[in-house]
Design a binder for this molecule. Structure first.
Ligand code: 2BA
Length: 107
């Protein structure tokens, strides 16, 4: 068994979750905040059988869009020692961690 921990842009999360649930995956949504942008994103926990790993990854990949985003300045992010000029960064699609599950119990 695997546990997918997928960090997804808030705007993509509805489509990702809809398709995962429609395909029969059990999921849990957590409201999370990125440490760099300090903006809200969504973390989805998905416990699944090894045989369905690629299917779940394909659904997440399909709906997670990479965006270019202008960050006003590094100083605004609390990094005063770094440049204060605006920077453009690439955010997303999704950041996914695949973990092996040692034991799974429902009580
Ligand atoms: P944030 O930490 O808010 O990061 C948003 C985007 O800012 C990142 O997009 C990346 O393009 C950029 N970024 C992050 N740290 C940076 C830095 N030190 N210098 C310059 N640019 C930086 P993504 O890589 O797509 O990440 C989106 C969100 O996924 C992150 O939001 C964070 O919540 C999560 N994430 C990404 N990698 C992670 C990791 N290794 N561990 C835990 N969470 C992670």
């Amino acid at each position: 068994m695997k546990m997918l921990l997928a960090i997804i842009n808030h705007d993509d999360s509805r489509n990702v979750m809809n398709d995962l649930v429609k395909s029969g995956f059990s999921i849990t949504k957590l409201a999370s905040t990125g440490g760099f942008l300090r903006a809200g994103n969504v973390t989805i926990l998905i416990g699944l059988d090894d045989s369905r790993l690629n299917e779940a990854l394909a659904i997440i990949r399909e709906h997670s869009i990479t965006r270019r985003q202008l960050v006003p300045s590094m100083a605004d992010l609390g990094m005063t020692a770094v440049s204060s000029a605006p920077i453009e960064i690439s955010v997303g699609g999704a950041t996914v961690f695949v973990l092996n599950v040692e034991q799974f119990e429902k009580m």
